[in-house]
Design a protein around this ligand. Structure first.
Ligand code: UT7
Length: 335
C-alpha cells in the first residue's frame, strides 16, 4: 500500500508585519528629462502627475537597493534574519541576468535559512509576491517571507523616448509577511492578458544586439502608452471590485487605496470609478517618485504609513498592473 503523504497544519491567516523603503539620493526634475524628448515640466505634470523622480547612482545595483529597503523592514518587524524562510524579489531590471537577486540579498542580510527566487511580473510583481507569500505562510510552507519590489529603470529607459523617458524612476520597497491568527491578506485576484504582450516590452533581445553590431542601441523599454492607459482604466477597476468582493468587504471598509503608481490620471480615474468615500486615503507617491514598476506599491504603502494618515490595522486595497500584460490585487491589513 502507498504511504499517505503528510502536510503541515494550515494557518488561519498571514499578514504584513512591517515595511521598509529605499529611495535613491539623486532627484531628477522634469526639466532635466524634458530636453531630449522636446517636452516640458508643465506637460509632464499635467499628463502624468509627476514632479520629480529618483535615480540610482551608476554603481548602485538592484541588489543594493533591495538590501537597503529589506534591512529596514526586518529591523521594524523585530524578527531575526535567520527566521526568514523565503526571499521573493520582484524585479525586471537587474542587469545581471543570473543568478537571482534574491540569493545575493538573502546572503547579505543574513537570511541563511531562506529559499530564494526572483519574480518577473513587472509592475504587478510586488502584488504577485504578496499573493505567493500569503499562500506560503497559510499553508505553512514558510513562516516568514521577505517580499521585495525593486527596480533600476534608469538603466533601461532611453532618454530620447517620448513615451517613457519622463515616467520611470528607481527605488525599492519591502515587507515581511508572517503568520496571523486571522486573515490579514485577502484573496489575491490575479491574471494576465498575453495577447497584449507587445504593449510594454524591450525594444530588442540581447541576441539581436549581439548579432547586429552596427546597431549599438541596447534594449530599452517601449510602451504603447494610450493602449495601456485604456486597459488600466477599463479592466483594473473590475479587478479591484473582485478583490474587495473576495475579501468580503466594500469600499466603505477601506482606510486606504494603494494602486500601482503608473500615472496620476489612472489613479484619479480608478478613484472615481470605484466611488471611493472621502475617508479613504489614496496613495499618490508618483508625484515625487515617478513610476517605479515593481517597487511602486510597497514604496507607496510605506509613504502612506509614514504620513500618519492611516492607522495600523486599517484595510488597504492594493493593485499592481503592467507589462505582460499582468495584474494582481488584494486587500491587506496595514501593519
Ligand atoms: O507602469 C506600467 C503601466 N504603464 C502605464 O500604466 C502607463 C499608461 N500610459 C500613460 O501613462 C500615458 O499614455 C503617457 C503618460 C505615457 C502618455 O500620455 P498620453 O496622454 O497618453 O499622451 P499621448 O501619447 O496621447 O500624446 C498626447 C500628445 C500628442 O500630441 P498631439 O498628437 O495631441 O499633438 C503627443 O505627440 O502629447 C504629445 N506627447 C508629448 N508631448 C510632450 C507625447 N509624449 C510627449 C512628451 N512630451 N513626453
Amino acid at each position: 500500500m502507498t504511504a499517505a503523504l503528510r502536510l503541515p497544519e494550515p494557518r488561519p491567516g498571514s499578514r504584513i508585519l512591517a515595511t521598509g523603503a529605499y529611495r535613491p539620493a539623486r532627484v531628477l526634475t522634469n526639466d532635466e528629462v524634458a530636453g531630449p524628448i522636446d517636452s516640458s515640466d508643465e506637460w509632464i505634470r499635467e499628463r502624468s502627475g509627476i514632479v520629480e523622480r529618483r535615480w540610482a547612482a551608476t554603481d548602485e545595483t538592484v541588489a543594493d537597493m533591495a538590501i537597503a529597503a529589506a534591512s529596514k523592514a526586518i529591523a521594524s518587524s523585530g524578527i531575526a534574519p535567520e527566521a526568514i524562510s523565503m526571499v521573493l524579489v520582484a524585479t525586471i531590471t537587474d542587469s545581471l541576468q543570473l543568478p537571482s537577486v534574491a540569493a545575493l540579498v538573502a546572503d547579505r542580510l543574513g537570511a541563511k535559512n531562506a529559499a530564494c527566487t526572483d519574480l518577473a511580473a513587472a509592475c504587478a510583481g510586488f502584488c504577485y509576491g504578496l499573493g505567493l507569500a500569503d499562500s506560503l505562510v497559510r499553508t505553512a510552507s514558510a513562516e516568514y517571507v521577505l517580499v521585495i519590489g525593486v527596480e533600476k529603470l534608469s538603466d533601461f529607459v532611453s532618454p530620447t523616448d517620448r513615451g517613457t523617458a519622463f515616467i520611470f524612476g528607481d527605488g525599492a520597497g519591502a515587507v515581511i509577511v508572517g503568520p496571523s491568527d486571522h486573515p490579514g491578506i485577502g484573496p489575491t485576484i490575479w491574471g494576465a492578458d498575453g495577447s497584449q504582450h507587445d504593449a510594454i516590452k524591450a525594444t530588442r533581445t540581447w541576441i539581436d544586439f549581439r548579432d547586429n553590431p552596427a546597431d549599438t542601441a541596447p534594449p530599452t523599454i517601449t510602451m504603447q502608452g494610450q493602449a495601456v492607459f485604456r486597459w488600466a482604466i477599463g479592466e483594473m477597476t473590475k479587478v479591484c471590485h473582485q478583490a474587495l468582493e473576495a475579501a468580503g468587504i466594500t469600499v466603505d471598509d477601506l482606510a486606504a487605496f494603494i494602486p500601482h503608481q503608473a500615472n496620476m490620471r489612472i489613479t484619479d480615474a480608478m478613484v472615481r470609478a470605484l466611488k471611493l468615500p472621502e475617508h479613504v486615503v489614496v496613495a499618490r507617491d508618483i508625484e515625487y517618485t515617478g513610476n517605479t514598476s515593481a517597487a511602486s506599491v510597497p514604496l507607496a504603502m510605506d509613504a502612506v504609513l509614514a504620513s500618519g494618515k492611516v492607522a495600523s490595522g486599517g484595510l488597504a486595497l492594493l493593485i499592481g498592473f503592467g507589462a505582460g500584460l499582468v495584474y494582481a490585487a488584494q486587500v491587506v491589513e496595514l501593519p
